[in-house]
Design a protein around this ligand. Structure first.
Ligand code: 13P
Length: 244
């Protein structure tokens, strides 16, 4: 059976100006040949310049969203092909901030993922429960439902990655227990259509907790927000993943 690839993915969210490309360059210098996949997803305005800055190196660049349509009258939106054209290899889809801020349903996420696959991008599909859902004992039901509805036909380990991000752990400094992460990741592993699909954990991953999270079976990496903005912090997380 093929093993899932390890991936450290940074989600810069709505942070980063051209001056911050210095962090991507520092990361490239620190990891000329990383033992795991390394991905930075800056805001759309920086994708092309970051891809250029990292050109020829192993660190990959991704987008944070794409439209489901290939082109057309969708003011302010970006197509998967445009991301690929700018140098992106991946795109984050269905992040809880987009599900909440933009009312994205799992059905929409599946359509976007299909578009991403069509453009040759790897879709990083996010799932995760709210605190109220966890308190109500609905975590697995919610996460498995999102997975089922957000993964498009034809999803494989080569074109899709799943990120489990409990909504209440994002940007809060709170993380689930290792057992709680393991429970969800075991269920995801059993449910994904391809046994080699990478499963990332996201939500307050920091240099200080990365190693213990990466030691959990069926955790193949992380989707990191705040701690991915500085090369030093993200570098420590990458090093922990390499060592896992
Ligand atoms: P933080 O690492 O800042 O908690 O964000 C996680 C996240 O939402 C990554 O997509």
């Amino acid at each position: 059976m093929q093993e899932a690839c390890k991936l450290a993915a940074g989600n810069w969210k709505m942070n980063g100006l051209r001056a911050d490309l210095i962090e991507a360059r520092a990361l490239a210098r620190a990891f000329p040949a990383p033992d795991c996949g390394v991905l930075l997803c800056p805001p759309a305005t920086l994708i092309a310049s970051m891809a250029e800055a990292l050109h020829g190196g192993p660190i990959m660049v991704g987008g944070q969203d794409c439209h489901a349509a290939a082109s057309g009258a969708h003011t302010g939106d970006i197509s998967a092909r445009m991301l690929a054209d700018a140098g992106a290899r991946h795109v984050i889809l269905g992040h809880s901030e987009r599900r909440a801020d933009h009312g994205e349903s799992s059905e929409t996420v599946a359509a976007k993922a299909q578009a991403a696959h069509g453009a040759g991008l790897v879709a990083i599909i996010c799932v995760g429960e709210t605190e109220a859902e966890r308190d109500a004992g609905q975590t697995l039901e919610v996460v498995m439902g999102q997975l089922r509805e957000s993964l498009p036909e034809g999803a494989t380990a080569a074109n899709s990655v799943i990120a489990y991000e409990p909504v209440w752990a994002i940007g809060t400094g709170r993380t689930p227990t290792l057992e709680q992460i393991a429970e969800v990741h075991d269920a995801l592993r059993a449910a994904v259509p391809d046994a080699a699909m990478s499963l990332l954990y996201g939500g307050s991953v920091k240099p200080g907790n990365a190693a213990e999270i990466f030691a959990i079976a069926n955790v193949n990496g992380a989707l990191v927000g705040g701690a991915s903005l500085k090369a030093e912090d993200f570098g420590a997380i990458i090093a922990a993943l390499e060592a896992s």
